[in-house]
Design a protein around this ligand. Structure first.
Ligand code: GLN
Length: 497
């Protein structure tokens, strides 16, 4: 293997996924060199950021060598041949730790691959490791990881957002060119916004959840985060599609998400929901959003104010539905079949109680208790059933709006990243970090976030784009058009240049 010097490391890790593909296919550099470049940066920078829980260095180098040999033999296979990537630590990876950032699964090595893991493997990707996250994907700041909080590469005193904060921070610091995260109420879009990267949560059911450790099954969805919309499109091509192992997987044809990236946005009808620009939105975030909206207008888009009258109910509805489903999903972690088991249990109840008490962190316990309460007999109708009814109204608001506009735009989050520790004692404020992303999740619609500038504090601001069902290609096209004209997405935090 050729020695990689640090200039080349920096250069290789600045390349887009597309450029990496091209360079590898034309033998400009080898997969080994690219992989080594990323591993070297992870070794140099991640002690500070903690964006990875596991780095699969040996496997990555071995896999890179195999792919290099295939390329040399003229058997280049797969659209992502030789492209390094990382996975949120809740996607099962055969033979590699899948911890969900929880003590409960601190020793869990899955015996099989998640659907998306095997898809990226088949496409020739090189797994760099598993990203840090909020425990069981519950959180908005990554401070709920049982291992360590992740830091925001733009300013390490700040959170990267959550729950896919490890992956977002890794892309921002160029410790991976692409990662997969999950979004239940905003966990791809909000960290993408806080870290200045591009991320898309596809339509519910677009990507199989098989082998993805469940939080709230009617909301969970997997999606990519990368530097650009184009890189997300390349990745989505590989992971989207029907899978019979997930009963909620959609039987809808998968388009080529890269085919329409260059379509014109002239005449595009953009809806701005008045509720997303009301009280609670930071003034600077609002100003950056306004500037980006004007840029779309200048390119021929038609802006229309719209209303989502039930959106103020989304956060309360979510905090009934998500905990209820989590209490049911997490009941399998009982110290018997999976994960942590307490020492010397006195009897079966003691085994359950202490294993769960010791294995789960505070936020997970809080959610399990809220959810169990909401589902208990006598309360089910008042809470879970009522929440599902209101959820239906929230969805209908979007259906009505999409009769008039092609896409919806607004902030991904009400503020830029907040300081580490700032909201840990204020759960309500933490929950409100997802106020603009949760309505989309409840409706099952696709949403994405892409960087559109910075606030005075030097932290990135993300624009949220909400599309109609299965209109990911249109959304990626819109973000790509913006990224052809601007370079916000290409900026890197000074400390990680
Ligand atoms: N922050 C939200 C929560 O804590 C969303 C999490 C997610 O999307 N996984 O539930």
């Amino acid at each position: 293997m050729s020695q990689v010097d640090s200039t080349q490391t920096a250069e290789l890790t600045q390349l887009s996924l597309k450029a990496l593909q091209r360079g590898i296919q034309s033998s400009q550099f080898s997969v080994m060199e690219v992989t080594a470049a990323y591993l070297e940066r992870i070794a140099r920078f991640d002690a500070g950021l903690k964006s990875y829980i596991t780095v699969t260095e040996e496997q990555a180098r071995a896999q890179a060598e195999v792919i290099d040999n295939q390329i040399r033999a003229g058997e280049l296979k797969g659209a992502l041949a030789g492209i390094p990537y990382a996975l949120k630590d809740l996607f099962c990876t055969d033979g590699i730790l899948t911890s969900c950032a929880s003590k409960m699964l601190a020793n869990f090595v899955a015996p099989y691959d998640a659907h998306v893991t095997s898809k990226l493997k088949d496409a020739g990707g090189v797994l760099l490791g598993k990203n840090n996250m909020d425990e069981f994907a519950m959180g908005s700041s990554n401070e709920n990881s049982a291992f360590a909080p992740v830091q925001n590469p733009w300013n390490t005193d700040y959170v990267p957002g959550g729950s896919s904060g490890g992956g977002a921070a890794a892309v921002a610091a160029r410790l991976a060119p692409m990662v997969l995260g999950t979004d239940t109420g905003g966990s791809i879009r909000q960290p993408a916004s806080f870290c200045g990267v591009t991320g898309i949560k596809p339509t519910y059911g677009r990507v199989s959840r098989f082998g993805m450790i469940a939080f709230a099954s009617s909301l969970d969805q997997c999606g990519p985060m990368a530097v650009s919309a184009e890189d997300c499109a390349i990745t989505l091509n590989e992971i989207a599609g029907f899978d019979e192992r997930d009963s909620t997987s959609a039987q809808v044809d998968v388009p080529d998400y890269t085919a329409n990236l260059n379509d014109s946005i002239d005449g595009l009808k953009i809806g701005l929901p008045q509720e997303f620009f009301a009280e609670g939105l930071d003034q600077q975030v609002a100003a950056v959003i306004e500037r980006a909206v004007k840029a779309f207008e200048a390119r021929g888009a038609v802006i229309k104010e719209v209303t989502l009258p039930n959106s103020h109910l989304a956060v309360p509805v979510y905090y009934v539905v998500a905990p209820a489903e989590c209490s049911s999903n997490l009941s399998r972690f009982d110290g018997v079949r999976f994960g942590h088991r307490c020492d010397n249990p006195q009897d079966l109840n003691d085994l359950y109680e202490r294993s769960r008490w010791e294995g789960f962190g505070d936020e997970v316990k809080r959610r399990i208790m809220m959810g169990t309460y909401a589902l208990s007999s006598g309360y089910y109708d008042a809470y879970y059933l009522k929440a599902q009814q209101v959820r239906r109204l929230i969805k209908q608001d979007f259906v009505d709006v999409f009769n008039d506009v092609d896409v919806i735009m607004g902030p991904s989050a009400p503020t830029t990243a907040f300081k580490l520790g700032e909201l840990v004692d204020d759960q309500l404020a933490m929950y409100l970090a997802d106020i603009y992303t949760i309505p989309t999740s409840l409706a099952g619609l696709p949403g994405m976030s892409f960087p559109i500038g910075f606030a005075d504090n030097g932290l990135p601001v993300g624009m949220q784009l909400i599309g109609n069902y299965f209109e990911e290609a249109r959304m990626l096209n819109i973000a790509h058009q913006y990224q052809q004209q601007t370079d916000w997405h290409l900026q890197t935090p000074a400390a990680f240049a």
